[in-house]
Every structure is written in C-alpha cells, then in structure tokens.
Design a protein around this ligand. Structure first.
Ligand SMILES: [Fe+2]
Length: 194
C-alpha cells in the first residue's frame, strides 16, 4: 500500500498548493511512523472488477499501483450524511476514503480519497464549503460548473473553489478520480443544487 501512497505524494508535490503539500506531509508522517493502510479484505468483488477493468485501460501513473492495491481497498457508499443526499444520487458512485476524520490516515484538516462514478450516470450540480481538487485516473466525464463545460480524461485535473457548483456526467466508461478537500472539510455544507 505504501507504493500507492508514495505515488499519490508525487502527484501532490506536482500540484504544489498549500493544501496538496499539507496532505503530502501528513501522508509522509504516516509512512514515517511505519504505519501502513490496513483495510480489511472485503467483498464487493464485482465493483472491484469493474474498477480494475476501467483503470487497466488508463496510462495514468497511478493506474498500475492502484490495480495492485485494489484487493485491499475498501469501497463504500458516500460519507455525506444521508439527510443531504438522496439514495438515487448516492447510488451512482462509491468512495474509498484514505484521509480524514475517522478514516485510515486521521486528519482534522484534510480529506483525501477515491471516487468511482458508474457509467451512463449524472451526478447533478452540487457544492460544499471545502476547496477541492480532482485528479482523473481512469475513464472520462463531462464536467460542468453550471456554465462552462469540460471533457475530462485520465491525467486531467480540476479545481473547485469553495462553494463552486460542479456536476459529473459519464458515458459508457464511468470514471475513477482521486480527490482532496481542504478548508472547511465538514460535510454539513454539502448541498445538491438541482
Ligand atoms: Fe465536490
């Protein structure tokens, strides 16, 4: 798992922002304390196979280590409180939290994790107080802030300033992203806007 974390640290170094360097430092301290991510082996094998077949087609630096780590990653439903997101929307994606309050790498300042959004799905415009960065690792999506649109593919990055609306629409491939939150990382400000 440490090779996955080290590869993520390389991406955060390249991003070179206050938040990304802060997250990198917390991951490095975690590794230095000789800790390693110790997820339980869990089921969800159909989902894992779907994710592996998506990232197998990706030439992103993280794809290979992510395939190797897949067996030990724990995918789950969103950590957004159920009162703030309908089942209809939360069923469109799975997350794998890595850093945050009460997760594998504890942090009160930052959150970091993976998100897999299913093929042919629309995650409507939503916003939150936290500033956010997404790295696209595999697949593709049509991103929008309600005005501008962008097609994002593996290797692309998108930044969401605090409260900037964003929506993700997938076609036949779905997408896998690595995201991080900084600033106000509480989930209470999360809002679906349409
Ligand atoms: Fe977001």
């Amino acid at each position: 798992m440490n090779s996955l974390l080290k590869e993520i640290c390389g991406m955060l170094t390249e991003e070179n922002t206050y938040a990304s360097l802060g997250i990198k430092m917390e991951i490095e301290n975690f590794i230095l304390a000789q800790k390693t991510i110790d997820f339980e082996e869990n089921q969800n094998s159909d989902l894992k196979e779907e994710i592996v077949s998506l990232i197998e087609k990706s030439d992103h630096n993280l794809a290979e280590v992510l395939i190797q780590a897949q067996k030990r990653l724990k995918w789950r439903k969103t950590t957004i409180p159920a009162a703030l997101i309908s089942d209809e929307i939360s069923n469109l994606f799975y997350v794998c939290p890595i850093m945050g309050v009460d997760t594998v790498i504890p942090s009160r300042e930052f959150r970091l994790g993976f998100l897999f959004q299913k093929p042919n799905s629309y995650y409507p415009l939503h916003s939150h107080n936290a500033e956010e960065t997404y790295f696209i690792i595999g697949g593709e999506l049509d991103w929008s802030d309600g005005n501008k649109k962008r097609k994002l593919v593996a290797g692309d990055t998108v930044n969401h300033s605090s409260l900037l609306p964003h929506s993700f629409e997938t076609k036949s491939s779905g997408f896998l992203g690595l995201w991080h939150w900084s600033g106000d990382i509480s989930a209470e400000s999360y809002k679906i806007l349409e």
